[in-house]
Design a protein around this ligand. Sequence first.
Ligand code: G16
Length: 544
Amino acid sequence: MAHFEEVCKQSDLHPKPAGLVLQYGTAGFRTSANKLDHIMFRMGLLATLRSKKTKATIGVMVTASHNPEEDNGVKLIDPMGEMLTSSWEDYATQLANTDQNELVKTLKDIIEKEAIDMSQEANVYVGKDTRSSSSSLSQAVLDGVKALGGHSKDYGLVTTPQMHYMVCCQNTRGKYGEATVEGYYCKLSQAFSQLAKNASNRTDDQKHLSVDGANGIGAIKVREMESHLKNHMQLSVFNDGSRGKLNHQCGADFVKVQQTLPRAGIKINPGDRCCSFDGDADRIVYYYTDSQGDFHLLDGDKIATLISTFLKELLNEAGLDLKIAVVQTAYANGSSTHYLENTMKVIVKCTKTGVKHLHHAAQEFDIGVYFEANGHGTVLFSDGAEEKIQQLANDTNINDERKKAAFLLQNTINIINQTVGDAISDMLLIEAILAIKGMTVQQWDAIYSDLPNRQLKVKVSDRRVIDTTDSERRAVTPAGLQEAIDDLVKKYEKARSFVRPSGTEDVVRVYAEADTQESADALAHEVSLAVYGLAGGVGDEPKP
Ligand code: G16
């Protein structure tokens, strides 16, 4: 068949480096950009097959998100805007690792296994972040789509969540919105304006937010959106990419892991409300410094608490009986889980790291609020929940309080990007909630106090020696590691610790929390030493 000849011909232009083996990880493939050309071409092929199989548009985003500028990666997006279904991740890994001369055979195997009708039309949307390697890598994706006879649309520079949004809009034939960046800005900003109308008069200071764009695509896009937000918000955008390096000493991952202000490019005063995006703008964290200069972080857990409190109050006011749940991962601060379960009395679920896992767990509820502690998250409303809210909003026989609550719920649905975590959409929702509730960032922070915690990375020769269970809270291998962690945890008050292999970086991640920062730091260090000793640590021993 002509397509396979073309695949062979084109694949020679995107050769696989000999011996290179890559695994589909937490969010697709991710490694040094110079190892990814063949992966991109092959993911163009896979997206084309997935489109033929689902008879829908598929998305491909070229980004390595929070990783350093030198890395790159690719995320595949399924028809409703969600991450690629896990059953196809194996195909992605097979295609990535198959030798050049076996590529067509591997493709044919997938086609046969999935009974794909190759005469079916295929459509693939492609987007990229601001990395210098992203242009040629996204061209390799486009080459892959073309080689298998698929149609593509190149969105160029977009945030990852914008890409997810476009795919969903297209496949719902516009029901979710218009599949353009302008359509995205209009939908979100209209909902924001409607919500902001319910805020009491705010001063310019109260409307002001400092945004650290991580020197990435989020900075460009939030600037583009600014004009749509009219008088409702005043943004100062720092780390906009004009000078600094992507994610370097700035951005959501840096701020969350280091528990400090961006070290570069930002000027703020004590008390100022600030937020940081990550490199592809699918994560957000908030923070401020107090008059003593102490740093206060409001991470994904605090965001989930703010949003779920707001939604629960609106459901009560609207008189709607809908089941709301919060989905977290093992990284969720123990205080947040305690507050959600015992004070807010909402259902809390824990899943493995990776928004794909949280997303699926959240789909089981009428309203599922999911956030990773690193600020990656969103809210899902079931079709039934949306219908009930819609019906109530159209009901002319209800009192003003219920009507207002229904109106706020409707606009909350519209401001949220339900396809995936979205820094811009989350930012607008948080700003709207704070404005409506007349709440300062300090009052939000005071809802509960985080347990002191620490995250570290340990280099090992092969991180796959660590296998975990119980939503990554316990290590099954290597032998003796979990017992060692259990013994160390016993030494401290209110302590908890776990380790897991990262799916985006070549490291093992260590998390520890305890009653004091000194204890959390000491526990994290001791657990790092256990990992280093029992899981084949390389390089220098972890230092305190
Ligand atoms: C990706 C995933 C997140 C995950 C993060 C870190 O984020 O989408 O769900 O929390 O990687 O994963 P790991 O600990 O396995 O390296 P991003 O923003 O980098 O795409």
